[in-house]
Design a protein around this ligand. Structure first.
Ligand SMILES: [Zn+2]
Length: 119
């Protein structure tokens, strides 16, 4: 039985996008309530009847979440230009070695705008 699990997280952070013209609103320092979705997929364990424990996804993401929550993202190594796209790739690279079933990282900076990275 193939299955996909999606686990959502939220964090608050500030950023600016330094490569944009000064007239662009995203060039100014501002904050978002970011939402991250971590997606894993694979074959369910027939005995447990699940793909994996959601708590294990949380445990793998926690150190990364702590690096992001209530931070100025531009100061984080590897996130000098913290667009949603760059953040999705950055999160993927941190999680994939510890979460081999990872298939997708979604980063949403508003309710209506999100970036999806599939490796
Ligand atoms: Zn922004």
């Amino acid at each position: 039985m193939k299955m996909e699990l999606r686990k959502s997280f939220q964090f608050e952070a500030a950023h600016l996008l330094p490569h944009l013209p000064k007239s662009h609103k995203c060039r100014r320092l501002h904050g978002h309530s970011f939402k991250v979705e971590i997606v894993v997929a694979g074959e369910c364990d027939p005995e447990f009847g699940w793909l994996m424990d959601y708590a294990d996804i949380t445990a793998v993401f926690k150190p990364t979440w702590e690096k992001l929550d209530h931070r100025y993202l531009n100061e984080i190594p590897g996130l000098k230009n913290p667009t949603s796209e760059e953040m999705a790739v950055w999160i993927w690279r941190r999680l994939k070695p510890k979460l081999p079933l990872l298939t997708e990282v979604v980063v949403a900076e508003t309710c209506t705008a999100r970036a999806v990275y599939r490796g």
